[in-house]
Design a protein around this ligand. Structure first.
Ligand code: HEC
Ligand code: HEC
Length: 347
């Protein structure tokens, strides 16, 4: 059985740090691929909601304040928990009634770079348009927006903070949305071993991770969707995982075959800290995610043509996992960083 020998060879070669691709050594395309992961210099802010420090500070306060829930028990940070990479570590988000929602809480890391619609199925057109939904949803924060605005207006320090942020004391839904979005755009990934390697530090990641990088960009085809510095194309695909009643983007695009069961490509930043995985939390571990891609998921008309059985060797699976492990900052869990400067809106 020739394939068995091949796998054993691959393991051996892996141990001495030689590439397992045909011919061995790094993929000749590696340097070019590395260029595509250079970090951006600035956080993008939309011209209609430019960055100001006062707005961001107001947004930060609102994000962590349970004043925005009916019974004062929940804030945005109840589910988007900084210490859990801005998710909640659950398969699916918790309702107020001790049940589960249908969807897993996504991380907010690098949300400023999501230039397409937000939400697993793209139900939110812009970042500004998201907040009102969790605030008002009866199963979530359960506070009608007019009540939220009235509460804030009754609080002297919030009146002062809105006046500071908007040069005017009125507290409106648009301003609430704008402040929360401004704060969320400051949630950016910390510096990871991967970023240090991209910046030129050859010793920042090991040989298995470098081989995993070659696979990710080469034969395994992961970078076709998890592309660029944020590891997402901000688009929607069926990778052959969802089986429930939720057909994702297909709900809005019923005539597109490719968008049935299509969900948004998530960032892979801090991925090791963010299980269980997928829109419905149905895949418990990263090993199981690699299994899924190795098998190629459920074959059906909507499944992306980029998804097919990969027949990875044991070393290749380990290399992919080693690569994914380099995408976490480790240590400091405070991923709100001031190392970016806010982009000035285009004149
Ligand atoms: C009960 C937990 C919970 C609370 C509380 C919560 N969220 Fe979420 N959040 C979720 C879930 C679940 C989703 C996915 C929703 C979807 O895709 O339809 C989500 C999606 C988002 C997204 C879209 C992210 C993306 O990558 O597409 C943003 C932004 C967001 N929430 C911000 C907030 C803000 C701001 C608040 C407070 C006003 C908040 N959330 C409160 C669970 C929560
Ligand atoms: C056709 C586009 C596409 C390709 C190719 C692809 N992915 Fe994905 N990936 C997605 C989408 C879409 C999701 C979310 C699916 C869902 O939630 O139902 C996802 C989810 C994931 C997750 C879970 C993220 C989370 O937060 O839950 C990981 C990890 C992952 N992919 C890694 C990989 C690796 C490794 C490869 C290559 C072997 C790969 N992906 C190839 C589109 C793709």
């Amino acid at each position: 059985m020739a394939w068995k020998v091949g796998a054993a060879m691959a393991v051996l070669l892996g141990m001495v740090g030689v590439g397992v691709g045909v011919g061995g050594g790094p993929d000749p395309r590696r340097a070019g691929w590395r260029e595509t992961y250079r970090p951006p210099a600035e956080i993008p802010f939309p011209p209609e909601n430019p960055y100001t420090a006062a707005k961001a500070e107001l947004g930060r306060r609102l994000f962590f304040d349970p004043i925005l829930s009916g019974d004062g028990a929940r804030a945005c940070a109840t589910c988007h928990i900084p210490d859990l990479a801005w998710g909640d570590g659950r398969a699916r988000a918790a309702t107020r009634m001790q049940g589960d929602m249908d969807l897993r809480t996504p991380t907010l890391i690098n949300v400023a770079w999501q230039d397409g619609p937000l939400g697993w199925d793209g139900k939110f057109r812009t970042l500004e348009s998201v907040a009102a939904m969790p605030i008002a949803a009866p199963a979530n924060m359960n506070l009608p927006i007019p009540d939220a605005l009235a509460r804030l207006a009754a609080d002297k320090s919030y009146r002062a903070a809105f006046a500071d942020a908007f040069n005017d004391p009125a507290i409106t839904r648009e301003r609430l949305d704008a402040a929360l979005a401004t704060f969320q755009r400051l949630i950016v990934t910390g510096s990871t071993p991967f970023d240090r390697w991209i910046a030129g530090d050859e010793g920042a990641i090991g040989e298995p991770a470098k081989r995993g990088f070659d696979l990710f960009n080469g034969r395994a085809g992961c970078a076709g969707c998890h592309s660029g510095w944020s590891f997402t194309d901000n688009s929607f695909h069926d990778i052959g995982v969802g089986t429930g009643a939720d057909i994702g983007r297909g709900r809005f695009m019923p005539t597109s075959v490719a968008l049935q069961y299509a969900f948004k490509t998530p960032t892979l930043r801090e991925i090791g800290q963010r299980g269980p995985y997928m829109h419905d939390g149905s895949v418990p571990t990263l090993e199981a995610v690699i299994d899924l891609y190795d098998r190629g998921g459920i074959a059906r008309p909507s499944r992306s043509r980029a998804i097919k059985p990969l027949n990875l060797t044991r070393t290749e699976r380990a290399d992919l996992l080693a690569f994914l492990a380099t995408l976490s900052a480790g240590g400091s869990r405070d991923l709100v960083t001031a190392s970016f400067t806010a982009a000035a809106p285009a004149p």
